[in-house]
Each structure stands twice: as C-alpha cells, then as structure tokens.
Design a protein around this ligand. Structure first.
Ligand code: MN
Length: 268
C-alpha cells in the first residue's frame, strides 16, 4: 500500500470509528469533587464503553441551570460509588460510626437525581449511587451496618476488588432478574451503609443472605436499576459477561430514551 492509500485507509477507519461512537448513547457519569479536582474511577468509564455507551463525566455543580443544560446532552445517567451520604437528607443526626461525607457531591446529586428521573432518563446506581438514589426519592439508610444491624455479614471487603464477598438472591419475575437472567449472583462488597426504608418509587429486588438490601429497581416500570456492590470492577475487563449486563441495560434503555426524544423533536 502506498502512502496516500494508507492515509485514505486510516481516514476511513477513523471516520467509521467516529460514526460508531456517534450512534452510541451518551452516558453521564457522576464525578467526585475533591481538592481542586473531579475524579471518576476508570472502571466505570471502561464498563460503559464496553457496553457500547459514550461516557461523559458529570462534574458536581449547585447551579440548577447548568445541571439542566448538562442533562440535555445525555441519554442516561450512571450514579457512581463514593463516601457516606449525609444523614440530614433522611432526617437523622450523624451516627458515631458515620464516615467521611462530601457536601458538594450530596448537594449536586440531590438535585440531579429527581431531575433526571422526572425527564425519564434511565439511571443505574452503584453502591453510594444506590443509596443516594433511595435517599433522593424519599428513602432512608442504615448509617453503619456493623453497629446497627446485629448479625450482618462482613460487607466491607478490603481485599482484591473482584473477590466474592457474599451472594445476592434476586426476586424472580422482576426486571432485575430479567436483566441478569439469574436469581442468584456472587458479588463483591465495599460498603458499611445500606438502604433501610425503600423509597416509594423504588422496589427492593435483591438481598444478601443476612437481609441487607443489595438491589433496587424503578417502580412501577421506570428504567432504573441500582446495586449495592461494584459490577464495574468485573465489567471493565474482557473476561466478564455477567456484570456487563447492567451496563448493557443502561445503554439499551438510553438508546430507547434518545430515540423517543428524537421522535418528540420531529413531531414538534
Ligand atoms: Mn454487600
């Protein structure tokens, strides 16, 4: 192949790649505001990309208009893990075992979640994301499992991120069971808070053997899923096909959302 043919081939391949991603729905991923930075664990980005989504990081803001403008540009939302949720959002004083909180992030997500759901955007929550989703929609949390739930298993795993910590039983006949194609899963676990009272627009669909809430879905029939463990640690690598299903669900629902939005625009 001579140089000009090679250049043309490269240009064509790049165009094909760009077109493939132009078809991909945009998945907004909540970032963690810190000291002079916004961060997102790379596994979330990799899992969304592997599932066919185009990842876009969502920086925390308390400006509602900016948040609305950002949501105009996404087709789905991934709520990531992170530090503890401030218990004032569910009407409690801080428990002595409450860990670090992030006021800037809490403020942003309390604004983001109801707005995204009111727009009909698909949402997938992971760990803190599941807890924030529940609190933003009117539910409550255990602030510290070891001191508040006697007999609970160890949910705070310190070893490798893809070791199995416990199982989760999924309620048959639910969207959660349909997405996973299974009613039992082996999962990792890195949390000491958990969903206590489930919000009215959510349904508890999965528990660990000690009864801790591990999985939620939208009720009735909202495109919302949330899990208490970290599927992104499995889904980010080539070997996994099970945990990637959550991210595929988010991407497929996001395609549906975008197609509906486009129809609505054409009909105006
Ligand atoms: Mn757990």
């Amino acid at each position: 192949m001579n140089k000009s043919m090679k250049d043309k081939a490269v240009a064509a391949a790049l165009l094909l790649g760009a077109q493939a991603f132009a078809q991909a729905p945009v998945i907004g991923i909540t970032a963690t505001p810190g000291e002079g930075s916004h961060t997102v664990a790379a596994d979330y980005v990799a899992a969304v990309t592997r599932a066919g989504g185009s990842p876009l990081l969502l920086p925390a803001t308390s400006d509602e208009r900016l948040m609305q403008a950002t949501l105009e540009r996404v087709d789905g939302v991934l709520l990531t893990g992170g530090v503890d949720v401030d218990p004032s959002y569910f009407g409690e004083e801080p428990h002595p075992m409450l860990g670090e909180v992030n006021a800037q992030r809490d403020t942003f997500e309390m604004l983001l979640i109801p707005t995204a759901i009111a727009r009909g955007l698909p949402v997938f929550g992971v760990c803190r994301g599941m807890q924030m989703l529940n609190v933003a929609l009117g539910g409550t949390l255990w602030q510290d499992i070891p001191s508040q739930v006697p007999g609970a298993l160890a949910h705070r795993q310190s070893e490798s991120t893809t070791l199995v910590a416990h199982t989760v039983a999924i309620e048959p006949g639910t969207t959660s069971a349909a997405v996973m194609g299974a009613t039992t899963l082996e999962v990792n676990s890195r949390h000491h808070q958990a969903v206590r009272d489930v919000a009215p627009s959510l349904k508890l669909t999965g528990r660990s053997p000690d009864g801790i809430a591990e999985m939620l879905e939208g009720y009735p029939a909202l495109p919302i899923l949330a899990v208490q463990w970290h599927p992104e640690n499995f889904a980010a690598t080539d070997g996994d096909s099970v945990m990637l299903r959550f991210f595929r669900f988010l991407v497929e629902e996001s395609c549906r959302y975008r197609d509906n939005e486009n129809k609505n625009i054409e009909n105006q």
